[in-house]
Design a protein around this ligand. Sequence first.
Ligand code: PFF
Length: 451
Amino acid sequence: MSEEKGSFSGKVGFVLAAAGSAVGLGNIWRFPYLAANQGGGIYILTYVILVVFVGFALSLTETALGRRTGKSTLKAFGALDRKSGWMGVLPALVPAIILPYYSVVGGWVVKYLGSYLTFNGAELISDSFFGSFISSPYSPLIGFALFFVVTSVIVSFGVQKGIEKASRFMMPILVVLCIGVAIYTLTLPGAMEGMKYLFVPNFSQFSFKTLFSAMSQMFYSLSLAMGIMVTYGTYMKKDVKMDTAIAQVAVFDTAIAILAAVMVVPGVFVFSGGNPEALNKGAGLMFVTLPKVFASIPGGDFVGILFFVLVLFAALTSSISLMEAIISELMEIKQMSRRKACVIVSIYSLALGSLASLGFGPLSFIKLVGFTIFDFMDFASNNVMMPVAALIICIFTAWIIKPETFIDEVKLSSTFKVQKIYSVVIKYVAPVLILLVLITSVMEGLGLISY
Ligand code: PFF
């Protein structure tokens, strides 16, 4: 049985839901450590320039593709050009790979929040806690299942009653918590040194690595090249000013990423006595170092609760967008009801996510091209599929249907003052940069180059 797909109530609904998708673990967990260990100010500057000149154009393109055709990724390309239908396959597959392992990390956040809420924050600070937790067989699966069930229930309520409502509730709380925690870390003695380290640009630290890693972070952070903005575009009403809405989402996402860096970096900096090495912890920064920081400051357990609530909300609004992208495809191609699609996607994600989680422990003997199951899913989606999908979207827009098609769509409801720049970016700037990102990230992922 087919079902009405629904739509957002208006611009605010769209912006909150799309910003909810964009603001996630990428902003709070990944951006701070990238910014910190890749030159601070210069990284942030590069990132902001890329968002303005490339991210905005790509996000707008995907949203316009969705609103113009009314179709999710798998059918949208073919709806504009019959021969290009195949181009939607890859971007449509990306969320199906990300959702299970993203929810595994969501489960870790649930566990950490649970520990703080039950006054067990102290267990999180031992060096071995994180490693032994994620490699234990059952405990991470419980958090994962809880996180996933909440995601699935929200999505099952539909676009307005589920996704928009949840975003309207969670996003304002997230912003307040972000500001609150950032102000708190700034009051720590020595925090200003950390701020200087983070924000004063040192141009001698700029390299191609800065550019490429800022570029792939931008894709991930703005939820690009994975069908999400296409899907959300189909839910955007024709009278909504698309260019300002997308600009607001991009500003929102970037502001939260920078605020997250303000929350995390000065605290770690103070805690480590100004040693930049302490910031170089990757995944461990949020799950290993931050709990120690919280334990070392007055009222830290309470800050820990606030911090992990905000991470949880950020992760949830992102995972619902990932799930929605898959659900909308199923509803469209298989004429399936929302509820049935939710059940199928839940079974699939719970199975694949469990494998990814167990891949750190009992299934650690399974290696795919040298990666654990989790890392393989991460590598395949972020380093390979997303840049290829982004390239396909640019080529389709620039050379097959021409940027004017989307410019007309945007102009249905706004004057679109920057249309010339948009055309140049989508035809030349974005494809060249994306190609470079693709080549370097595949080579880096396979260990063929290291910076
Ligand atoms: N943009 C989200 C973040 O920065 O964490 C993550 C994300 C959401 C990634 C949706 C992928 C995605 F499809």
